[in-house]
Design a protein around this ligand. Structure first.
Ligand code: HEC
Length: 253
């Protein structure tokens, strides 16, 4: 897209749809600093850990994935990945669902599932993100689809993920109080820090929900969670953070 056109589209999108986001920048900075010291998501992590231990446990998780318990942390840092028992590429939230089902447990409401997924992801903390998009044909296919979804301009403003997160014209620009960030930056470690507590929403959300919020605020059709396209986007976005150190729960404005 030529630069001029991009800027017009860009300024037309300045009304960010996060209505709950009404704090002044100074208040927000202070709130953020406090929350950094004491991430509210720690409570969710505890809850998720208790539910996980009660319903599944690490031994069953390792068995389902076909790895030893010692290998679990590194293995969990490679999600989304193709899981043989499921026959498809799974995100960690989908893995939580699959495990509950495989163990004859009821799949809980979304909020509980999110906290359980958060805990399962935290098992990989301090490991490096290692999504292998060439591991098998299934991952290759999902990566290619994710890249297409990422680059493609969609919606009534013709915006793409690429346009806000990779294009040199956009990076560093502001959208209301938010700066366009390079999600492939190793220092930022974007995908290594989700699920995160998002202050604008006052709750823990998964990376899939974050992508949906980006889709909504940029006028793109919001893709359903768990859809092939959404999982593919998560594969693509997570691969961008390969090599970054896992640290969940994150804390985001
Ligand atoms: C209109 C511009 C815009 C578009 C289009 C857009 N985003 Fe975003 N995105 C943002 C902003 C602004 C943030 C918040 C950055 C922050 O946390 O400071 C963000 C945050 C993110 C994050 C979290 C970054 C982090 O470090 O925590 C990810 C991942 C992401 N977007 C992926 C996507 C994907 C994938 C798409 C396409 C479906 C997309 N975005 C489309 C503006 C956009």
């Amino acid at each position: 897209m030529n630069k001029f056109l991009f800027l017009i589209l860009f300024s037309a999108s300045l009304i960010y749809s996060d209505k709950s986001f009404t704090m002044s920048k100074a208040d927000l900075d202070m709130y953020f600093k406090e929350a950094l010291e004491n991430n509210p998501a720690e409570i969710d992590l505890d809850e998720g850990g208790q539910a996980f231990d009660k319903k599944i446990g690490e031994a069953k998780l390792a068995k389902y994935l076909g790895v030893s318990e010692d290998e679990l942390p590194k293995y969990m840092a490679g999600f989304p990945r193709y899981v043989e028992k499921a026959g498809i590429v799974l995100t960690i939230d989908q893995l939580a669902q699959a495990l509950l089902k495989a163990n004859g447990k009821k799949v809980p409401k979304l909020k509980k599932l999110v906290t359980m997924g958060l805990y399962m992801k935290s098992l990989a903390n301090d490991e490096k993100v290692n999504v292998d998009v060439n591991a098998n044909p299934q991952m290759k296919e999902m990566y290619a689809l994710g890249k297409k979804m990422y680059d493609e301009r969609r919606g009534n403003r013709g915006m793409s993920c690429w346009g806000c997160h990779t294009s040199k014209d956009a990076l560093g620009m502001r959208l209301r109080t938010q700066v366009m960030v390079d999600i492939s930056s190793k220092a930022r470690a974007s995908a290594a820090t989700w699920p995160a507590y998002r202050m604008a929403k006052a709750k823990v959300i998964t990376v899939a929900s974050r992508l949906q919020q980006c889709q909504k605020s940029s006028g793109q059709a919001v893709l359903p969670q768990g859809s092939r396209e959404m999982v593919a986007l998560e594969v693509y976005v997570t691969e961008l953070s390969n090599g970054a150190t896992m640290a969940v729960p994150g804390l985001k404005r």
